[in-house]
Design a protein around this ligand. Structure first.
Ligand SMILES: [Ca+2]
Ligand SMILES: [Ca+2]
Length: 709
C-alpha cells in the first residue's frame, strides 16, 4: 500500500484557531474557536484566535498560530513560559502569528521519559510601531508531552539494475518508496536526490551532467538513462521527513552504455605499487628491485582494476609466493583493495604477489607483481671493461673483431673477490655468441653491421651466492660495413707486372659517402702502392647513386697482401687480379670476390686440381686455421690439418696474409677412393679467405666460397 504523501500543507484559515499536529499529518485538531469583535477605536489588540492547551509527541513538530486584530499593524512575540522537559522544547520557524514547537528526545533509550511533561507557551501581540501605543494582548497554552514520534523506516524499491544486469542507455529507471513504514502510522514526506557516482561520465551536450529526476518529492522518482562513457554506478538517495526526523537511505542504480556487452565480462585486475614514499607505478613484467638496507613498506593498490560491473563492486584477494633467502616479508590485509608488504631490513630474495579481482558474478581477473629484494650494503659490485688486442675499446669496432669482455675488476664492497660468480649476457643488437659467458673474462666477435641497430650491448651481473650486483653494461658501436679481399698483388714479375684492379659498384639510389680502402702487405703493414697513377694514402671517397669506382693498384716492387673496404652501405666489389705485359696489354685476369670476416667457410674441392688458398687475418689476434676435407661420397672426413703449422704458435699472426698451395705435403695422402669433396676452413678468430685454382702456379680461376654460420 502506498502511504499518502502530503507535502508541507499548513494553511490555517482566518478566524480559526488551529493547531496542526505533525505538519505532514492529515489530522487537524480543532481545540476551540472563539470570536472577538475588534474595538474600532481602542488601542488594545484583541486576539481573534487564541492558543489552546494541546498534546504533542517527543521528536515531533507542533504547528501553532494565534491571530489578533487591531486598527494598527501588530507584532507577535512567542516564548516558553515554563518547561518540564529540561530544555528539550524549542520554537522554530517563527513568522508572525505562526510558529512551530519542537520537542527533542534526550536519547533513544530515554525516548518516552518526557511523557506527562508540560510546556507553557505564550504569544504576546503588540503594536508593531511603538508610537501606536503600549497596549498589548496575550494568549497562553499548556502543551502536554504524550508519546513519541518514532522515525520512519526508509526502504527503496524499484528495478535499479544489478552489477551484472545493468540498465542500458535509453531505458527508464524508477525508484520507489512504496515499502517505507512508520511505527506510528505517520505518512512521512519523501525527498529524492542523486548521491555519489562511480564509473564512467555522463555524456550530454553540456558535459558531465546527471539526468533529470522526475518526482523528486513523492512516492516514486524516475529518470531516463542517458548516454555515458562507461558503465556508471549511480547512487539514489531517499530522505523521509517525519517531525524532527530526516531518515535517509540510499540505493545503487547500475547503468551501462547502450552498446555495452550484454553478458557479464571478467574483471581486469591492475596492481599499482609504491615503495616507501616513492612514486606510484603500475606493475609490469619486470621485477621491481627493492633495496633492503633498512626496513621498508611497499603499498599495493588494486582499486585501479576495472570491470563492466563497475570497480566498486569488485572484491580483492591478495596472495604471495616468495623465495626469501634472508630476512622476512609479510603481506597485510589480504582481502582489502589496498594492502602492503612489510619488508624487514636486509631481506634478500624474490616475492611475487597475485591480485585476484572478483565481480559479483564470480568472474575473476588476476594480475601479478614481482619484487626482488637486494641488500645493497652487501651486494657485489660489477665492473666491466672491453678491449681489442689489449687496447681498451674507444670507438666503433670493425665487424669480425674479437672483443674481450673483462669483469675481473668486480668485487664485494670490501674489495674481496673469492667465490664470486659472473654472468655475461647480450642485451641488444644482432645476436652473437659469448665465449666463457660465466667467467670473469669473456669474449665475442662483432657481427657484420647490417643496418639497425648498429650496436651490440652486453651486461655483466656478478653474484655473491644469491646476492646479485647491479648490472654493468657495455655497448659497442659497429663500424660501417666491412668486407675483404684476401689476395691482392702489385709490382713487376719478370717481364710481366702484377696489378690489382678494384671495382666497387653502388647499386643503390643513395650516394655512398666516405668509402675507405686500405691495402695491407703480407706482414700486416700498410702497403705502399700507387693508385690510378698517384701514391695512395687512403682518403675516403664517395660513390654516386648507381655509379661505380675503379681503383688500379700498382707498385715498384712485387708486393702481395690483402685489402679492406669499409662503406656505409653494401657495395658490390670485384677484384681483378691481373698480369700485364710490357705493352700494358692484360695477359690474364682473374676475378676475386670479397668475403666477410668469418670463422668458418666451405668450398668445393677437387683432388685432381691445383688449388691455392689465400688467408688474411684482419682481427687483432693470431688465427689458428684448420682445413678439413669431407668426402662427398662417404661423408667421411679425409683431412684435418692446421694450415699454418709452420708459423709461431701454428697460427697466422694478426693482420697478416699468406697464400699456400694445398699440396699433398700439406694435406697428407687421400684414400684412393677419394675424388671430390667439400673443403672446410675453420678459424678460432674471424679471417677472410680466397680459393684459387692455378695451373703451373698461375691463377686462372677462383672457387666459390661460402661463409658458414
Ligand atoms: Ca513517526
Ligand atoms: Ca563483470
Amino acid at each position: 500500500m502506498m502511504p499518502p504523501f502530503i507535502q508541507g500543507e499548513r494553511s490555517t484559515p482566518d478566524f480559526c484557531l488551529g493547531v496542526t499536529m505533525n505538519r505532514n499529518s492529515t489530522v487537524i485538531i480543532i481545540l476551540s474557536a472563539a470570536l472577538w469583535v475588534a474595538s474600532a477605536n481602542g488601542g488594545t489588540p484583541v486576539f481573534t484566535s487564541r492558543l489552546g492547551d494541546v498534546q504533542m509527541r517527543e521528536m515531533d513538530l507542533l504547528g501553532l498560530s494565534a491571530h489578533a486584530t487591531d486598527t494598527h499593524p501588530l507584532a507577535y512575540a512567542w516564548s516558553i513560559v515554563s518547561d518540564d522537559t529540561n530544555g528539550q522544547a524549542f520554537f522554530e520557524n517563527v513568522t508572525g502569528a505562526s510558529a512551530e514547537l519542537g520537542v527533542r528526545w534526550i536519547s533513544s533509550t530515554a525516548a518516552g521519559q518526557l511523557n506527562g511533561s508540560k510546556v507553557t507557551i505564550r504569544v504576546v501581540a503588540r503594536h508593531a510601531n511603538p508610537l501606536d501605543g503600549p497596549e498589548e494582548a496575550e494568549t497562553t497554552a499548556t502543551v502536554t508531552i504524550q508519546g513519541v514520534n518514532h522515525p520512519p523506516v526508509a526502504v527503496i524499491g524499484g528495478k535499479l539494475g544489478t552489477p551484472t544486469d545493468r540498465i542500458p542507455t535509453g531505458y527508464g529507471v524508477c525508484a520507489d518508496a512504496y515499502q517505507i513504514s512508520d511505527p506510528d502510522g505517520d505518512g512521512p514526506r519523501a525527498n529524492w536526490d542523486f548521491g555519489k557516482r562511480s564509473g564512467g561520465r555522463w555524456m550530454t551536450p553540456m558535459g558531465d551532467l546527471a539526468p533529470a529526476l522526475f518526482g523528486s518529492e513523492g512516492g516514486r522518482c524516475c529518470f531516463t538513462v542517458i548516454d555515458m562513457t562507461a558503465p556508471i554506478d549511480q547512487e539514489i538517495q531517499l530522505t523521509l521527513l517525519d517531525g524532527l526526523h530526516a531518515v535517509k537511505n540510499t540505493a545503487m542504480c547500475y547503468l551501462k552504455p547502450a552498446d555495452a556487452a550484454t553478458t557479464n565480462q571478467a574483471p581486469k585486475a591492475v596492481i599499482q605499487y609504491m615503495v616507501g614514499s616513492g612514486a606510484q607505478g603500475v606493475a609490469s613484467a619486470t621485477p621491481i628491485t627493492i633495496n633492503t638496507n633498512s626496513a621498508i613498506t611497499a603499498t599495493l593498490k588494486g582499486d585501479a582494476s576495472t570491470d563492466d560491473g563497475g570497480n566498486a563492486n569488485l572484491t580483492h584477494a591478495w596472495t604471495s609466493q616468495d623465495s626469501i633467502t634472508a630476512g622476512s616479508v609479510s603481506l597485510a590485509t589480504p582481502t582489502a583493495a589496498t594492502t602492503s608488504l612489510d619488508i624487514a631490513a636486509h631481506t634478500r630474495g624474490t616475492l611475487t604477489v597475485t591480485l585476484t579481482a572478483k565481480d559479483q558474478g564470480n568472474l575473476t581477473g588476476t594480475a601479478t607483481i614481482s619484487f626482488k629484494f637486494a641488500d645493497s650494503a652487501g651486494s657485489p659490485i660489477a665492473r666491466a671493461s672491453a678491449s681489442v688486442a689489449g687496447q681498451l675499446v674507444a670507438g666503433p669496432v670493425d665487424p669480425g673483431t674479437v672483443v674481450t669482455l673483462d669483469g675481473s675488476a668486480s668485487s664485494r664492497p670490501d674489495a674481496s673477490k673469492t667465490n664470486l660468480t659472473y654472468q655475461w649476457t647480450q642485451t641488444g643488437g644482432p645476436s652473437v655468441t659469448i665465449t666463457n659467458a660465466d667467467k670473469p673474462v669473456a669474449e665475442f666477435t662483432t657481427p657484420a653491421q647490417s643496418g639497425s641497430p648498429a650496436w651490440v650491448k652486453f651486461q655483466l651481473i656478478v653474484k655473491d651466492g644469491a646476492t646479485a650486483s647491479d648490472r654493468a653494461e657495455l655497448t659497442f658501436y659497429l663500424s660501417h660495413l666491412t668486407f675483404y679481399f684476401s689476395q691482392v698483388a702489385a709490382g713487376p714479375l719478370g717481364t710481366s707486372e702484377f696489378r690489382t684492379c678494384l671495382l666497387l659498384v653502388n647499386g643503390t639510389s643513395e650516394p655512398v659517402n666516405g668509402v675507405e680502402v686500405e691495402f695491407f702487405d703480407q706482414d700486416g703493414h700498410p702497403m705502399d702502392v700507387t693508385v690510378n697513377g698517384s701514391p695512395w694514402d687512403g682518403p675516403p671517397f664517395d660513390i654516386a647513386p648507381l655509379s661505380s669506382k675503379r681503383l688500379v693498384f700498382t707498385a715498384q716492387n712485387l708486393k702481395l697482401g690483402w685489402a679492406k673496404v669499409k662503406a656505409q652501405a653494401r657495395l658490390t666489389g670485384l677484384l681483378l687480379y691481373q698480369m700485364v705485359g710490357d705493352d700494358q696489354v692484360v695477359q690474364s685476369q682473374v676475378g676475386l670476390y670479397s668475403t666477410e670476416a668469418a670463422r668458418k667457410f666451405a668450398t668445393f674441392y677437387d683432388a685432381d686440381a691445383e688449388i691455392a688458398i689465400a688467408v688474411a687475418n684482419p682481427s687483432g689476434q693470431p688465427a689458428s686455421v684448420r682445413v678439413r676435407i669431407i668426402d662427398n661420397q662417404t661423408g667421411a672426413e679425409v683431412v684435418s690439418r692446421l694450415l699454418f703449422a709452420d708459423e709461431t704458435g701454428s697460427a697466422l699472426p694478426a693482420l697478416q696474409h699468406r697464400a699456400k698451395f694445398l699440396t699433398p705435403e700439406l694435406l697428407g695422402q687421400f684414400p684412393s677412393s677419394f675424388s671430390v669433396g667439400t673443403l672446410l676452413v675453420e678459424s678460432d678468430v674471424p679471417v677472410t679467405i680466397t680459393l684459387m685454382e692455378t695451373k703451373g702456379g698461375v691463377v686462372f680461376s677462383t672457387l666459390p666460397v661460402r661463409t658458414v654460420r
